[in-house]
Write a protein that binds this ligand. Structure first.
Ligand SMILES: [Zn+2]
Length: 122
């Protein structure tokens, strides 16, 4: 595999991870934006049926959907990375995308030590 292709795939992995982070923050902001204007109505509705402690817990669960987004997003990113032949060593199949600079500098897998990138003359 050549260095440019490896770096391009590492950049994609990095941007997907950043995208999950941004989506999480946006989802959390949207959750609060939806709940805060109706906070008192939700709290009153739930406390009439289940009591005040349950209503406090329900309001406290406002950011919970963003937790789902972050975990689902990171699982998606990691599964995608695990299937990528550029981000895994062809010999030991371990993930090397997180050690981009080390792999580019040495051209070798940090786990098994075998050469995985082509050596160019530039
Ligand atoms: Zn290896």
């Amino acid at each position: 595999m050549n260095v440019e292709r490896f770096v391009r795939e590492c950049n994609r992995f990095q941007w997907r991870t950043i995208g999950v982070g941004i989506a999480t923050v946006l989802f959390m902001a949207a959750s609060f934006a939806l709940v805060i204007p109706f906070r008192d109505q939700i709290k009153q509705f739930v406390s009439e049926r289940y009591g005040l402690p349950v209503a406090e817990i329900v309001i406290g669960l406002t950011p919970f959907p963003s937790v789902i987004v972050v975990f689902a997003g990171l699982i998606w990113v990691q599964r995608h990375a695990n299937r990528s032949s550029e981000l895994n060593c062809p010999y030991c199949w371990k993930f090397v995308g997180g050690m981009r600079y080390l792999v580019v500098a040495t051209k070798c897998c940090p786990h098994c030590g075998k050469r995985i990138l082509e050596v160019t003359d530039d």
